[in-house]
Design a protein around this ligand. Structure first.
Ligand code: NCD
Length: 304
């Protein structure tokens, strides 16, 4: 039985197959509408979510399956002190596959060790968010036609942003990618990620101003400052509006640069950017459903 805990749990070849499947699902949705009849996904969300939880649920419903779960820790027995290990043993009796989001780093790994069904990490604290990465890779591959040979700017909260951590790890397996890490000094990527970049021999540089580097980028990955992971509110308030992508800055970018964002957005992308054809973050959220459908089929080993 396989789980998805880190974006590296599938090989590059396996991911390619999954993305081909996701593209086929997009083109031929009716072919897949009954393939998970009688299958159930449990969504266990101990932290807030809109896209991730609902796209998992939409994915299973699109495949003809059903969903159960909870959307806040307070409405589960976690509020009574139940451990993740015990909860997952129970959920294994009620479902065929499970997606879990939890504020503690490593919680998905604990769940996987005690589960009798495949566990998908839907975000573990400030650590990893592999299904967002699958969404990001599918978006890039579908809209740019390839993964590799580009300069990507990652901008915002690179310290606490788990989507950034997972995406960097995943992209290190592709050729000729240059990383521009754009953040205030206090929100730079953790050292262990810099070490991974250096070990992989990838090119990277650090910047503190988006306008200084935006003209070099093929992809711009914007992120929100992760308020819930700060130790004090003052630091958050000081740093929260460090970056803002607006029309003026976008004017300096390449005509075919794509702007991605895992969402939710707070202030870091001005709404007047939304109509620009380079802004693909809403399309990206749609890709999130196709790739989660492909992931469910893969982990459940459903033959189509
Ligand atoms: C991200 C997350 O939860 O880490 N959201 C998402 O799943 N699309 C990004 C964020 O919350 O800023």
């Amino acid at each position: 039985m396989r789980h998805l805990l880190s974006p590296l749990d599938f090989s590059v070849e396996e991911l390619d197959q999954m993305f081909d499947l996701a593209n086929d699902i997009e083109a031929n949705p009716e072919k897949y509408q009954d393939v998970c009849r009688n299958k159930k996904i449990a969504t266990l969300f101990y932290e807030p979510s809109t896209r991730t939880r609902l796209s998992f649920e939409a994915a299973m419903i699109n495949l003809g399956g059903q969903v159960l779960g909870f959307s806040e820790a307070t409405s589960s027995s976690a509020a009574k002190g139940e451990s993740v290990a015990d909860t997952i043993k129970i959920v294994s009796c009620y479902s065929d596959i499970c997606a879990m989001r939890h504020p503690k780093e490593g919680s998905a790994l604990v769940a996987a060790r005690h589960a009798d069904v495949p566990v998908i990490n839907a975000g573990d604290g400030g650590h990893q968010h592999p299904t967002q990465t699958l969404t990001d890779l599918l978006t890039i591959r579908s809209l740019k036609g390839k993964l590799g040979d580009f300069t990507i700017g990652l901008c915002g909260d690179l310290k606490f942003g788990r989507t950034v951590h997972s995406l960097i790890h995943a992209l290190l397996r592709y050729d000729n990618i240059k990383f521009l890490l754009i953040s205030p000094e206090e929100l730079q990527v953790p050292d262990y990620i810099i070490e991974s970049i250096e070990e992989a021999g990838a090119e990277y540089s650090v910047a503190t101003k988006l306008e200084d580097v935006i003209d070099q980028l093929d992809l711009l990955y914007m992120t929100r400052v992760q308020r819930e992971r700060f130790f004090n509110e003052e630091d958050y308030v000081r740093l929260k509006d460090s970056f803002m992508l607006d029309k003026k800055k976008l004017d300096q970018a390449k005509d075919d640069m794509l702007v991605l964002h895992p969402l939710p957005r707070v202030n870091e992308i001005s709404v007047d950017v939304d109509d620009d054809p380079r802004a693909v973050y809403f399309k990206q959220a749609q890709y999130g459903v196709y790739v989660r459908m492909a992931l469910i089929l893969t982990l459940l080993e459903v033959e189509v």
